[in-house]
Design a binder for this molecule. Structure first.
Ligand code: UDP
Length: 490
């Protein structure tokens, strides 16, 4: 920390505004901690249930004196027809309630502006989730620089940029492979694998995405949860595009060292920490495949059965995080009737509900990670230094898969062909068969030359990730640069 940063009169004040989905909220909380560790005073805008669920991980940091405060506002769930306490995307009973959730969040604008109005001096910076439009108005109104955080990596940002500029996808058929022009690697995709912004179902969505794009282009800069060494060529390109105002400060998840913090991140773990560690300790190093498809995906029970049977067929130890949203009962019934848990209990652990993912991934027993390629999970896999089985579902996850499998060469694809948009899972049926899943898992876990090389590369990247956040590392330096940039503006 630079000595001047620790002087209170000179202390910068950041206002941080998250979006209500675990994949956004969790890393935003990490950003709060990191900023505070760099002696920035941070005010975090939150609501009661989210503060309790996501925020409690900062209790220790606050007690230890880090300058973090929560600005908690009541959440108008009932007014918008949401169940009480439902303040995050993954707790919605149905995705039809997505819009009410967003609208309820918009009511925070007035409250946040009321708070800023009374402040003198005003905050030096607003860090807000890129999916929220109103912080742009607020920042303009009070003339505060705004930085956005959208949870993607530089590779994906560049792919999106190329698609937006060239519209190359518009002249091809749904399942025709096409090349994204002008990127450092030859990246091929089909239109049916693209994020929703390039596959908009309705005009409304198109309008919303266009607004997001404008809001992003007007922001002062972008925080990226990645580290330069992981994707140097793409980080350089993206920085050029953004006039240098890109700060790769990740991997954010590495700001937790304690097992107790790791277990607390994102939600109360549904498995007892000691029970989980005891099971992992009883397995050989590098032998377990950990399968978790993120916090919001609602994969169809019939598709989950394929996964379960594939895990069984590999005859390897596994952890399976069972989640099927409102269809959980259906998959539970199958597990029960099939006797799946009983049959595989010698080498399988089922976690129902929230898994302590950071704790699991950092255990030496883990040898592979079957992931839906959400960026947080993917980067957490990189940090763990393990190869991945990639099974993208929606949004930009097919792009993340390309990064993992083709650019970094630390993953094996299960061969998913189409985006399964959130809320449209039923239509997709069983897109990936158990044989595909089994083969990909076995390839990742295999002991042959290819498997060894993949493992070696994954380990090297894991080591680089840890170095990036140490003092003197690229992400540490980028955080200092971000703070200096804001200081210059102030
Ligand atoms: N996560 C977790 N336990 C779970 C499911 C998810 O800790 O049972 C965490 C995971 O570690 C990651 C985040 O939730 O930090 C999910 O974000 P990601 O971008 O991977 O996917 P999303 O859930 O947004 O699709």
């Amino acid at each position: 920390m630079a000595p001047e940063e620790s002087q209170e009169h000179n202390q910068l004040h950041f206002l941080v505004i998250p979006m209500a989905s675990p994949g956004h909220y969790i890393p935003t909380i990490d950003i709060v901690k990191l900023l505070a560790q760099h002696a920035v005073r941070v005010t975090f805008v939150t609501t009661p249930a989210n503060a309790l669920r996501f925020g409690s991980i900062l209790d220790g940091a606050i007690k230890s004196g880090l300058p973090i405060e929560f600005l908690e506002f009541p959440f108008p769930s009932m007014e918008f027809g949401l169940p009480e306490g439902c303040e995050s995307l993954d707790t919605l009973p149905s995705l039809d309630m997505l819009m009410p959730l967003f609208l309820a969040y918009n009511t925070l604008q007035e409250r946040v502006e009321g708070y800023i109005e009374k402040l003198n001096p005003k905050p030096n910076c607003i860090v807000s989730d890129s999916f929220l439009l109103w912080p742009a108005e607020t920042a303009k109104k009070f003339q505060i620089p705004r930085i956005i955080f959208d949870g993607m990596n530089c590779f994906t940002q560049m792919c999106n940029h190329v698609l937006y500029m060239t519209k190359v996808h518009e002249s091809v058929g749904e399942s025709d492979l096409f090349v994204l022009p002008g990127l450092p690697d030859r990246i091929e995709l089909t239109r049916s694998q693209l994020p929703i912004v390039f596959n908009p179902g309705s005009k409304d969505m198109h309008g919303f995405h266009e607004k997001l794009r404008v809001s992003e282009s007007e922001a002062y800069g972008v925080i990226i949860n990645s580290f330069q060494e992981l994707e140097q060529r793409y980080a350089d390109e993206y920085e050029k595009l953004k006039g240098g105002k890109v700060w790769c400060i990740g991997p954010l998840s590495l700001c937790y060292k304690d097992e107790s913090e790791k277990v607390q991140r994102g939600n109360t773990s549904s498995i007892n920490k000691n029970e989980c560690l005891k099971w992992l300790d009883s397995q050989e190093n590098g032998s377990v495949i950990y399968a978790c498809l993120g916090s919001v995906s609602r994969v169809e029970p019939a598709q989950l059965m394929e996964l379960a049977l594939a895990l069984e067929a590999t005859r390897k130890p596994f952890i399976w995080v069972v989640r099927a949203g409102h269809k959980t009962q259906k998959i539970e019934k199958w597990i029960d009737e099939e006797g799946f848990e009983e049959r595989t209990k010698e080498r399988g652990l089922l976690i129902r509900g929230w898994a302590p993912q950071l704790l699991v991934l950092s255990h030496p027993a883990i040898g592979g990670f079957l992931t839906h390629c959400g960026w947080n999970s993917t980067l957490e896999g990189v940090c763990a230094g393990v190869p991945m089985v990639t099974w993208p579902q929606f949004q930009e996850q097919f792009l993340n898969e390309k990064l993992v499998v083709q650019v970094l060469r630390i993953g094996v694809s299960v061969g998913a062909q189409n985006v399964v948009h959130l809320g449209a899972e039923e239509k997709s049926g069983v897109g990936v068969k158990r044989e595909q899943l089994r083969k990909a898992i076995e390839m990742v876990m295999e002991e042959g030359k290819e498997g060894e090389e993949r493992r070696k590369r994954a380990k090297e990247l894991g080591n680089m990730a840890h170095k990036a956040i140490e003092e003197g590392g690229s992400s540490h330096q980028n955080m200092t640069r971000l703070i200096q940039d804001i200081r210059k503006l102030s």
